[in-house]
Design a protein around this ligand. Structure first.
Ligand SMILES: Cc1cc2nc3c(=O)[nH]c(=O)nc-3n(C[C@H](O)[C@H](O)[C@H](O)COP(=O)(O)OP(=O)(O)OC[C@H]3O[C@@H](n4cnc5c(N)ncnc54)[C@H](O)[C@@H]3O)c2cc1C
Length: 343
């Protein structure tokens, strides 16, 4: 079948100010390679941020040969109007035909503004891309809380897609691209009548801000944990295993730990070697985030909890009995009998 693509430019967009943007960009490189034709010109990167050029080397070292830089003091804070207007100008000038963003909150907001500004479609939260014979890219996206996988193609000339973290491997270090090209682009923002004004910044609380996306062991707590005291036992258990702490959305809503620890379709996608679910029912909104976990162990007092179906090991037990017993045993193994946990 004839390949109808006229303009073989696939771009990945790296928003420096978005958290995790460096790591997700490496996954975007892998995704971009899969749908670009492999020629030198086909996969380029746009880095936008306060000191964007400082990041160029990361991408050259991963085989990207052409990098557009949009940088300056004005990008120090992530004001979406400014970011989307700047990117729109570069897109209109260079006319890429496929644009990939990470599905992080910040990138998604900018992609949505860009889609509206350029009057093009946006596929968000894809977990897999495929090149079709027509030259279009189809995107697989979980829908109805992950019960269905939808295959979506954009009807726009420019196909814009955001990709969830954790579904593509990170691009490996290669020999730095020889003759890599760095192109500085200076958008004209003189006509931009920004409606958003930054009035102040306050830092997020640091506690629980650890990124669990790459953790090797994750202990996650669900609604089976009902009190702060029980949650404290989850923390102790997790600490003793050297694990990172995860939670389901109800626990994030109740403020047991920061949203940063939430796993699932609206939280993090994780791929640990070991995932231990404590009092988690296994609703698809949550399990979508653990599809790539290697071994799943779940503890639940309901022998028919749906999480059993995806678990490698299922322990039918009450958390209130399981956790104190496990903490005692782990302390014994570690020779910590009688030592109180430092808080
Ligand atoms: C648009 C949308 C997006 C969402 N995104 C997410 C998301 O990203 N992540 C997410 O997690 N959820 C998300 N949700 C919520 C999701 O649908 C479920 O409500 C949630 O995952 C259920 O969390 P849970 O398993 O902790 O609680 P429950 O479903 O209430 O399950 C609690 C489990 O604990 C067990 N249990 C109770 N007491 C004990 C005990 N003493 N010992 C042992 N076991 C016990 C019960 O048997 C039960 O299986 C989303 C919902 C919507 C509508």
């Amino acid at each position: 079948m004839t390949n109808l693509r006229k303009n073989k430019k696939t771009w990945i967009i790296n928003i420096c100010a978005a958290p995790d943007s460096e790591l997700s960009a490496y996954e975007l490189i892998t995704a971009g390679r899969e749908i670009s034709d492999g020629s030198n010109e086909s996969l380029s990167c746009v880095i936008i941020g306060h000191e964007a050029s400082a990041r160029a080397d990361y991408f050259f070292k991963r085989g990207i040969k052409k990098i557009y830089i949009i940088q300056g003091e004005i990008y120090k804070n992530l004001i979406e109007e400014i970011y989307s207007d700047s990117l729109a100008q570069l897109i209109l000038k260079e006319k890429p035909d496929k644009i990939l963003f990470s599905a992080a909150k910040e990138s998604k907001t900018i992609a949505a503004r860009l889609a509206a500004k350029l009057n093009i479609g946006l596929i968000s939260d894809a977990i897999k891309l495929k090149s079709e014979a027509s030259g279009k890219t189809s995107a697989i996206k979980p829908t109805f809380g992950g019960d269905l996988m939808a295959k979506i193609e954009s009807r726009s000339n420019i196909e814009m897609i955001t990709i969830r973290a954790g579904f593509y491997s990170k691009a490996q270090l290669l020999n730095p691209a020889k003759n890599g090209e760095l192109i500085n682009f200076k958008p004209d923002l003189s006509q931009l009548n920004a409606k958003i004004k930054l009035v102040g910044l306050s830092p997020k609380p640091k506690e629980d801000d650890e990124d669990i996306s790459d953790a090797e062991i994750v202990v996650a707590a669900g609604r089976g944990i009902k009190t702060k005291e029980e949650f404290e036992m989850v923390r102790q258990f997790s600490d003793l295993l050297g694990a990172s702490l995860g939670i389901t959305r109800p626990l994030a809503d109740l403020g047991f730990a920061s949203e940063n620890c939430q796993i699932g379709i609206t939280g993090k996608t994780i791929k640990p070697k070991l995932y231990i679910a404590l009092g988690i029912s296994g609703k698809t909104h949550h399990t979508q985030g653990i599809l790539n976990a290697k071994t799943i162990v779940s503890v639940n007092k309901d022998a028919n909890a749906p999480i059993k179906d995806i678990s490698d090991y299922f322990i039918e037990a009450d958390i209130k009995e399981f956790l104190p017993a496990m903490i005692k045993k782990l302390r014994e193994i570690k020779g910590m009998e009688g030592t109180a946990r430092k808080s």
